[in-house]
Design a protein around this ligand. Sequence first.
Ligand SMILES: [Zn+2]
Length: 283
Amino acid sequence: MKWQGRRKSGNLDDRRGMSKSKMAAGGGIVVTLIVLGLQFFGGDTGKQLAPIVEQIGNSQTVQQTEQRELTAQEKEMGSFMATVLASTEDVWGEIFSENNIGQYQDPTMVLFTDAVSTGCGNASSASGPFYCPADQKLYMDLAFFDELKNRFGAKGGDFAIAYVTAHEIGHHVQTLLGTSQKVTKLQRQNRSEANRLSVALELQADFYAGVWAHYNKEYLEEGDIEEALSAANAVGDDAIQKRTQGDVQPDSFTHGTSEQRMKWFMKGYNSGDIKQGDTFAEM
Ligand SMILES: [Zn+2]
């Protein structure tokens, strides 16, 4: 993907290289005293003390954050991610106004290493890239992309990363349009349909990623679409189940098969028309 020199988003929150470590001496002592206090007083008194502990936790820096210098390669990746994010802002801003579906609101993208606390709870790299509707942020640990290549057997490459990012942005679009909320409600009402609805929602996010790619045609390089398809192929439920458990159980699918994921990405890419992404009707 041609990305050098293009606009970079200001909505990137780069937390890589930050690590929580070492308790600040003062904070550490205060906390220790409170903990001893709780043990000492016990019972109901302990409950009364709890808010004080929280207050102290808020007003004092108990954990220091250490920042290490990012490597040149990491900085380059940061620039790439900021460019992809900017491109999703431009494309979705345009699509929202063209289709008269309100104003697109830019989400924040958080880059992190190892662990992160989010509006949806604590997360680790093991969660893979995800979008949290509660704080409208995308959380990405870029180590996932090495895994995608090394463990999931995808081709890798910059457009594989762009596709995954655009898929998460697709969930943001679904949140802005109210689709995610509708699906969550339906899933609560009818548990037996929960997986099927999840698959439709995920395939629509793949479709939206394809629509985004359609609007980026002038920046695509040879092999880019193959990189996206290879990533979509690698993360299909059937491919993952085959690899992790040996057999395939369609009832437990949450994201769709490799074939479905590639099909919907391509449908978005070829049409560039969000109205053609009714994955719910076609399930
Ligand atoms: Zn998803």
